[in-house]
Design a protein around this ligand. Structure first.
Ligand SMILES: [Zn+2]
Ligand SMILES: [Zn+2]
Length: 149
């Protein structure tokens, strides 16, 4: 009786430790051989999680601007989440996108990238207004200092 029990424990621990390895390897090979199926799976997953991107966005916005997320321009303080974007503080957005190889992709990928890279410094939350204004005003939001052109 007690011997049976021992054997069972050894088996179950073997099962737990050994199984994940061949499983991930198998998935890797499968994905390589069936790229279409994998893409299909991702598509289906996204359809079943329509708010996934939204949550990703919210997480990043809260990290950089606090709760509730808001435009970090001191004269604006916009809180409508749909107006908020991630801004490169040093105005090197295009350069950064190039290094990320995101130039043709939607800016949604930046949120994914920021999370994956543990929220690097050099980013802030601005609303579209302040973001565009800053780009056209030598890197300073016109709310703060409007440069006459
Ligand atoms: Zn703003
Ligand atoms: Zn502003």
């Amino acid at each position: 009786m007690s011997n049976d029990h021992k054997v069972y424990i050894v088996h179950s621990s073997l099962y737990v430790v050994v199984l994940p390895m061949p499983e991930t390897l198998y998935q890797k090979i499968y994905r390589k051989n069936h790229p279409d199926k994998e893409r299909e799976k991702c598509k289906r997953w996204r359809l079943n999680h329509p708010d996934y991107k939204q949550k990703l966005r919210l997480k990043v916005l809260i990290h950089y601007s606090g709760t509730p997320p808001h435009c970090q321009c001191p004269k604006c303080n916009e809180r409508e989440i749909k107006f908020l974007t991630i801004d490169h503080i040093n105005n090197n957005g295009a350069e950064h996108r190039k290094t990320l190889n995101l130039k043709s992709r939607s800016s949604g990928d930046i949120y994914h990238w920021l999370i994956k890279n543990n929220f690097p410094e050099g980013f802030q939350v601005l609303c579209y207004n302040c973001n565009c204004g800053k780009a056209r005003n030598n890197g300073v939001c016109p709310h703060i200092n409007s440069v006459k052109t």
